[in-house]
Design a protein around this ligand. Structure first.
Ligand SMILES: *[C@@H]1O[C@H](CO)[C@@H](O)[C@H](O)[C@H]1NC(C)=O
Ligand SMILES: *[C@@H]1O[C@H](CO)[C@@H](O)[C@H](O)[C@H]1NC(C)=O
Length: 378
């Protein structure tokens, strides 16, 4: 089906220019030139003229189509939201310019699934198709961001989520902080917009492993407004664990209410925990004064102070389901949080801290800033 106009032409605010371009459309083995009405029309063109133009063009095309056998449907309307298969969009937009396809008001929210990531290839291969189908079943709008930490520091789940928020917030209005190895099984687990406060989907009474009352890890949904209000997560947690417990305290201090799913009949089987077959050791060591410095609420660091560099971005599909991989180099201030360093870099750190060494690794260890932080919440 050849599409010639869309409803943008009815907008008053369209730019001044108008043009009709010649398009070469391949229909069967022949070629045809058709004047295609582009989306942007002159302010001065009246509705009547536009209608007339559209109808005229429809007529020309209809005549052509009647004469030539059609094999393929072609849509030239780049800005059209939906590709309505087998429907004449031209007629549709003329007769009902401002209506949604089925008239039903869809959920306009869109969730950014933020997946902190490092070396979990097998889990990712399973996660993306599975969660995509799960969210599609619920009719959710979503985009999956894999936040792949590519620097040489220890893993920092919280900073990756902060970075992921900054990278996704223009496209999505809420986030689902999501472990890559936790799959929702019960279809009653709704990834709905968390209007009134963080929604902890992987609740303690449902999560297969963690059952303590203040647990907010696994899968947590937060809308963008609340995420900024909380200043995201603390950036001080390098290595495994505890950053979610600190986030719980942030939520409480901000006076936000955490809600959770009710009792589901599936209980601890509401989720499936997937593991790579090889046992992965967890980096839950604490170095230097890490334990001391990370046991209290962090009032300083968060999404407003996270520093990172997007090394690259890749758009992949896994079993035809799209996923955006963001390769992130986190920055670490080794003076304030030396425990971001891996054990093999500790000697270097201690040497330079004592002023003995020649600081051979400093350039490598401390990356220059690339990210302009957002303003801290009022
Ligand atoms: C869930 O079930 C437990 C034990 O059966 C019960 O104590 C608790 O009140 C229930 N919670 C809800 C929200 O229904
Ligand atoms: C690291 O933090 C210290 C203390 O806040 C600060 O004085 C220093 O400038 C920071 N270094 C870098 C490279 O940002």
């Amino acid at each position: 089906m050849v599409v010639l106009c869309n409803d943008d032409v009815f907008r008053d605010s369209a730019p001044e220019h108008t043009w009709c371009e010649q398009k070469h459309l391949s229909v069967t083995s022949q070629h045809v030139e058709v004047a295609v009405c582009s989306a942007w029309m002159a302010r001065r063109l009246t509705l009547t003229r536009i209608l007339f133009l559209c109808i005229a063009v429809t007529f020309v095309v209809a005549v052509y189509l009647a004469l030539a056998p059609i094999q393929e449907a072609v849509c030239t309307c780049g800005q059209q939201k939906e590709q309505n298969k087998g429907v004449n969009i031209l007629q549709k937009s003329v007769t009902q310019p401002d209506q949604e396809d089925d008239g039903k008001e869809e959920d306009s929210h869109r969730v950014a699934v933020l997946v902190p990531f490092r070396d979990r290839f097998e889990e990712l291969m399973e996660f993306v198709p599975y969660l995509s189908l799960f969210l599609k079943e619920q009719g959710r709008k979503y985009k999956i961001f894999v936040l792949n930490q590519v620097d040489n520091y220890r893993f920092n789940r919280a900073s990756l989520i902060n970075a992921g928020f900054l990278e996704s917030r223009l496209e999505c209005d809420y986030v689902a902080m999501h472990d890559v190895d936790l799959l929702p099984v019960n279809p009653e687990l709704q990834y709905e917009y968390p209007q009134n406060g963080p929604y902890h989907l992987a609740a303690p009474h449902l999560h297969p492993l963690y059952h303590y009352k203040t647990f907010v890890g696994g899968i947590l949904l937060v809308n963008n407004e609340h995420f900024e209000k909380l200043n995201g997560l603390s950036n001080r947690y390098w290595g495994w664990g505890r950053e979610d417990d600190e986030f719980y305290v942030r939520i409480k201090k901000a006076g936000l209410q955490i809600t959770r799913p009710g009792n589901l009949t599936t209980g601890f089987k509401s989720f499936r925990h997937i593991h790579d077959k090889r046992k992965r050791p967890r980096d839950n060591y604490r170095y230097f004064d890490q334990r001391e410095k990370t046991k209290r609420l962090d009032r300083e660091t968060g999404v407003a102070t996270v520093r990172y560099l997007v090394e690259s971005r890749r758009e992949l599909t896994i079993d035809s389901f799209p996923v955006t991989i963001i390769n992130i180099m986190l920055e670490c201030n080794v003076t304030t949080t030396p425990w971001c360093l891996r054990p093999e870099d500790h000697d270097w750190y201690l040497n330079q801290a004592e002023g003995k060494g020649q600081q051979p690794n400093q350039q490598k260890a401390v990356k220059s800033p690339a990210h302009k932080p957002v303003a801290p919440p009022a």
